[in-house]
Write a protein that binds this ligand. Structure first.
Ligand SMILES: C[S@@+](CC[C@H](N)C(=O)[O-])C[C@H]1O[C@@H](n2cnc3c(N)ncnc32)[C@H](O)[C@@H]1O
Length: 252
């Protein structure tokens, strides 16, 4: 079977791809938040907010078990937390880069007594240390594209979701038309140059446009989701399709 997944330069198999991704995020972790906001001109905040709003129903249930996988420095988690009621079950915020997760953990630790909070968890999205059928919602923002095997990732999420449990994957995509052409210049030329200047390393910000270019376009991604046992699979474009939210539910 042919599988799809991230292939950072210099990697030959899934294991080496995962190591390269983890090391890359450990390397950029100290500058990640700054770079994110500069490069997206703060539109990333709107995307996290919209993704969280999409799941406001399940988030409002204090007993809902929620996982933010590939949580990185935790901004998606923070947007999800804003929609949790007082005394709600904590959100699990998982990532395999210790450098990224440590920064997220600081944000989660800043909550006031009784306010909803998140628990950081160092874990690989392809091998979650969670019981089958235990989660009501899994969200992943800009992390799924980095998995070494997309089919395996979707299957693993399906395993840990309850039947009917919901999945939200926020990812970049490549818009078409004139906007797409203009954006491609920014994304492929300007963005790597700014990333290099702030971060001091070329690799990660050359990898970003390449990884988005290699990611399955929405129709293919929806097919992968269907094949992995999800129903109601849909894609909602954000900001001219520069990004978008994939949604689905584990089949009953
Ligand atoms: C671009 S960052 C996104 C972070 C955050 N969700 C956000 O929206 O800013 C991608 C994150 O995915 C994590 N990641 C990639 N592959 C992973 C895997 N197999 N398991 C766990 N985390 C992974 C990386 O370590 C990184 O922190």
């Amino acid at each position: 079977m042919t599988t799809t997944g991230a292939k950072p330069p210099g990697t030959s198999d899934e294991a080496s791809a995962a190591v390269a991704v983890r090391e890359m995020f450990d390397q950029i972790a100290p500058r990640y938040d700054l770079l994110n906001h500069v490069l997206s001109m703060n539109v990333d905040r709107l995307w996290w907010w919209r993704a969280a709003r999409r799941f406001r129903g399940v988030l409002a249930d204090p007993d809902a078990a929620v996982l933010d996988i590939c949580c990185g420095t935790g901004d998606m988690t923070m947007a999800l937390l804003k929609r949790r009621p007082q005394g709600a079950r904590p959100i699990l915020a998982a990532d395999f880069s210790r450098g990224m997760l440590a920064r997220g953990a600081k944000k989660f630790a800043a909550h006031k007594d009784g306010a909803p909070f998140a628990v950081p968890l160092e874990a690989d999205a392809l091998h979650l240390p969670l019981r089958s059928g235990s989660l009501d919602l899994i969200v992943s923002a800009f992390g799924f594209r980095n998995l070494a095997n997309y089919e395996a990732g979707l299957r693993e999420f399906n395993r840990v979701l309850k039947p009917g449990g919901q999945l939200g994957i926020l990812e970049f995509s490549e818009p078409g038309g004139l906007i797409g052409k203009a954006y491609a210049v920014y994304f492929r030329r300007v963005l790597p140059a700014i990333g290099r200047a702030i971060c001091g390393a070329a690799g990660p910000y050359n990898y970003l446009p390449t990884s988005v270019g290699n990611f399955p376009p929405p129709p293919e991604m929806l097919e992968l989701m269907n094949a992995a046992g999800y129903e109601q699979c849909a894609w909602q474009p954000y900001t001219f399709g520069i990004a978008g939210l994939y949604t689905a539910a584990r089949a009953l």
